[in-house]
Design a protein around this ligand. Structure first.
Ligand code: TMP
Length: 231
């Protein structure tokens, strides 16, 4: 499907790579500059999707099979694309999505060993053929990310438990990271790998320096994105 309005930026990365912080930081930055932005996430982003997210992340659901898990991510995605992403793109907004189809390929494909072609096929169906215009892959060593994720649990919710994915082995997270890096090598035009081992403010500067010129270029070339100089 070709799309002529809006601009879709996805954030990807392993656990604790800082993508949620960076997506929030970019949203603030772009809004301050006058861009019309919508920040959303997967799994979730809709009423149904948020309920599916709870099932997917609950550490009590360790009976979930890899294929069952895959279908739940795709179910959340199709709701999200039809109810949130497509309408926002049609309005010409810059949509920032915290994880999208590449996450399914990295986690369910590369890390859970489901057939990559099948995952790509289901991704295409669920996303209605929508492909991100730009993907920022925040990359850092898995031990560093997992360390940050566990500090976050302690700091924000001392009573919280690790979710189903945070309990996976280092080898699993290593496969996720390698999978993401392979996907980035396969799509060099769309995916920018960003060093997420640096401190959050430095990563934020890099993210803004990558994104803003690209959006200005899209506007300059007559793209239909709601931003500076456009209503
Ligand atoms: P989060 O860390 O971005 O909140 O995502 C929740 C978890 O879901 C995270 O461990 C990655 C995982 N995930 C998948 O396994 N497949 C997917 O398609 C998506 C979107 C997320």
């Amino acid at each position: 499907m070709t799309r002529s309005t809006g601009y879709l930026i996805t954030f990807e990365g392993t656990e604790g790579s800082g993508k949620t912080t960076q997506a929030e930081g970019l949203e603030k930055f772009l809004k301050n500059k006058g861009w019309q932005c919508k920040l959303t996430r997967e799994p979730g982003g809709t009423l149904v999707g948020d309920q599916v997210r709870k099932i997917l992340l609950s550490s009590e659901n360790n009976e979930l099979t890899p294929l069952g898990e895959l279908f739940l991510y795709e179910a959340s995605r199709v709701q999200h694309v039809l109810q949130v992403i497509e309408p926002a793109l049609e309005k010409g907004m810059v949509v920032l999505c915290d994880r999208f189809c590449d996450a399914t390929l990295a986690y369910q494909g590369y890390a859970r060993h489901l057939d990559l072609k099948m995952v790509e096929h289901l991704n295409r169906l669920a996303s209605q053929g929508i492909v991100p215009d730009l993907t920022l892959l925040l990359d850092c060593p898995v031990e560093m990310g997992l360390g940050r994720a566990s500090q976050r649990i302690d700091a924000r919710e001392p009573a919280a438990k690790e979710d189903r994915f945070e309990r996976e082995s280092i080898a699993f997270h290593q496969r996720v990271r390698e999978g993401y890096l392979q996907i980035a090598r396969n799509h060099p035009g769309r995916i920018r790998v960003i060093d997420a081992s640096l401190k959050a403010p430095e990563v934020h500067r890099t993210v803004c320096n990558v994104v803003e010129p690209i959006l200005r270029e899209v506007l300059a070339q007559g793209g239909s994105v709601s931003g500076l100089g456009r209503e």
